[in-house]
Design a protein around this ligand. Structure first.
Ligand code: SF4
Ligand code: SF4
Length: 166
């Protein structure tokens, strides 16, 4: 039988221990992958229309330390840490974290549809892949999925495919 001196001495957690998820705001692009993957909805990424911001939020009180957020985060902005002491005093709000991200509006319809950081991230990835970034690509990245879709339909029924007849 092994016993430990905790809480008189701090407890050394084993490798791979799944403690409190730690969030790095500087790395977050607001993609929402963590919120989609989080089974108990401890994470949320939502558009705040009133303030025109994307709000990333985490409620540690709901977290089950499954590590799905870490697995899916494309930038390493959230990762489980060795931290296991998470009790807070008096106020449940102390278990919550929140951050704000700048929003981008569609250049065609004007609807907010993504974050500025997500677009910058896409440009970075394209550059890494050796793609040439021109004005057309930048415009495309600043177009919401609905306008891209209607643009694609327009193109399909244009001259190229139907001899100019719409
Ligand atoms: S560890 Fe699991 S439950 Fe906790 S925030 Fe990440 S995905 Fe959600
Ligand atoms: S998956 Fe990572 S980058 Fe995307 S919103 Fe969550 S923490 Fe931010």
């Amino acid at each position: 039988m092994i016993t430990y001196d905790y809480p008189f001495k701090s407890y050394e957690v084993p490798e791979g221990f799944r403690g409190k998820p730690e969030y790095d705001y500087e790395k977050c692009i607001g993609c929402g992958a963590c919120a989609i993957a989080c089974p108990p909805n401890a994470l949320n990424v939502k558009y705040d229309k009133e303030n025109n911001k994307v709000i990333w939020s985490f409620d540690c009180g709901r977290c089950i330390f499954c590590g799905r957020c870490e697995e899916v985060c494309p930038t390493g902005a959230i990762a489980l840490s060795p931290l296991y002491e998470m009790a807070v005093r008096f106020d449940y709000k102390n278990l919550k974290e929140e951050s704000e991200l700048e929003v981008v509006k569609c250049k065609i319809c004007g609807k907010a549809f993504t974050t500025k950081r997500l677009i910058n991230y896409a440009i970075e990835r394209m550059e890494v892949a050796g793609a040439v970034i021109n004005e057309e690509k930048i415009d495309y990245l600043h177009t919401c999925p609905e306008c891209k879709k209607s643009g694609a339909v327009e193109k399909f029924i244009s001259e190229e495919h139907f001899g100019g007849k719409k």
